[in-house]
Ligand binder design. Structure first.
Ligand code: PMP
Length: 426
């Protein structure tokens, strides 16, 4: 039963596990926004597999697509051979890419996880440019393998030069978003153009259009365009890590679409697999310098994930769920800003589409309040709402509901949160 399973997991599984420790839930059933535990308790799941479940749990079109493959007798494992299932996935994905990239795109299947795709992207640009350095940003999260970890915030820096993300200039220097973006842009330019103290020309620059794990920090559109200009002018491939922002999450199909930026490489995972493991990079064909076998991997042809992903991408496109996420996200952000006006412990409300963050602070000092954020998560859990924490200090409560969220569900999520915050602050 419920308690025995939790007890055995605590004994057998590494303490490195994350969600299991903060969420003492043994999920046995799930549909849409709702998860049901072995103890019969039901939760509204605004973690969504860390932003993976664009259509929520067990969406009928996803189940049907997976069953279709299972019932067809098609092979489930064929390395990276061509199959009708893969062909359909690639066709649907390319139909949704920024047109300027789709016109000239190559795809590489990378293995099950976002980290695998980040690694492939880093290796690709290093191979294509013959250079080794990488520019990445403070607060970034790109994965947990050595190369991906180097690019993430808070990791030991080996070959990575870390640049300030615009939000860094928010509080400490008391400047607004536009000025912060301007300062961050100049910082990057100065570093690249300074022959003495700067950095050698790097192999690439990797950026999340909205930082997720870093605490829901949307890249200002103008700043992202500047990054595009700065990299294009110097022949530096721009890598957009859309692992979390892709497939409608931010209120546009891709996070870069808000700024109209076309990256050289897009890193995709999470939602593109329709809740099953799938990760790819898509990039300008000029970068396709691989020789056959240069980047191999056994699990890069997950047929079930491709079928689930095709169904998800098509459903998001046909039902205009990116637009829906934009509208609903704006409404939720407005409601949360209203809530914040009555609760000085909510220091900031930010986000884009259905990628939303509330930063908890000490009302007296304005300092990040991770203990309070953890208490909010706990109070949410007790009210049947699953949220996640993020941000440099773990003080940002994150909401990543499915794009299929109804108005009523959004209201229920907001109600529970509005209840949980004063309870945690007490
Ligand atoms: N990039 C981004 C932007 C992510 O949010 C994540 C996961 N949260 C990753 C990469 C790594 O993906 P995975 O956990 O599947 O390796």
């Amino acid at each position: 039963g419920h308690d025995g399973i939790l007890r055995r997991q605590a004994q057998r599984e590494s303490a490195a596990r994350t969600y299991a420790r903060s969420l003492p839930i043994v999920p046995v059933r799930a549909r849409g926004l709702t998860i049901e535990g072995a103890d019969g308790r039901r939760y509204l799941d605004c973690l969504s597999g860390a932003g993976t479940l664009a259509l929520g749990h067990n969406h009928p079109v996803v189940l049907e697509a997976v069953r279709g493959v299972l019932d067809s007798g098609a092979p489930l494992h064929v390395l990276d051979l061509a199959t009708p299932v893969k062909d359909a996935f690639t066709t649907e994905l390319f139909a949704n890419l920024p047109p300027a990239l789709a016109a000239d795109a190559r795809i590489q299947f990378c293995g099950p996880a976002g980290t695998d795709a980040v690694e492939a992207a880093l290796k690709l640009v290093r191979t294509a440019t013959g250079r080794s350095g990488l520019l990445a940003f403070t607060g970034a999260y790109h994965g947990m393998s050595a190369g991906a970890l180097d690019a993430s915030g808070g990791a030991p820096e080996v070959r990575v030069t870390r640049l300030p993300y615009p939000q860094d200039f928010r509080c400490p220097f008391g400047v607004g978003g536009a000025e912060g973006a301007e300062l961050a842009s100049r910082w990057t330019e100065n570093l690249l153009d300074d022959p003495k103290g700067g950095v050698p020309l790097p192999a690439g620059l990797i950026v999340e259009p909205v930082q997720g794990e870093g605490g829901v920090n949307p890249a200002p559109d103008g700043w992202l365009r500047r990054m595009r200009e700065i990299t294009a002018a110097r022949g530096i491939p721009l890598i957009a890590d859309e692992v979390q922002t892709g497939v409608g999450r931010t209120g546009a199909f891709w996070g870069v679409d808000h700024a109209g930026v076309v990256p050289d490489v897009m890193v995709l995972s999470k939602a593109i697999g329709g809740s099953l493991p799938l990760a790819v990079i898509v990039y300008r064909s000029a970068l396709d310098v691989w020789t056959p076998g240069a980047h191999a991997g056994t699990f890069r042809g997950n047929q079930l994930a491709m079928a689930a992903g095709t169904a998800t991408l098509a459903f998001v496109r046909e039902n205009r769920l990116a637009e829906r996420a934009a509208v609903l996200g704006d409404r939720m952000l407005a409601a949360l800003r209203g809530l914040a006006s009555g609760h000085p412990c909510i220091g900031d409300v930010r986000g884009r589409g259905l990628m939303i963050g509330l930063e908890l602070v000490d009302p007296d000092t304005g300092a990040a309040a991770p203990a309070l954020a953890a208490a909010v998560r706990q109070e949410c859990l007790e009210r049947g709402l699953i949220v996640e924490l993020g941000g440099r200090h773990g003080a940002v409560v994150r909401l990543l509901p499915p794009l299929t969220l109804t108005d009523e569900q959004a209201a229920a999520v907001l109600d529970r949160l509005a209840d949980a915050i004063p309870a945690a602050a007490r």
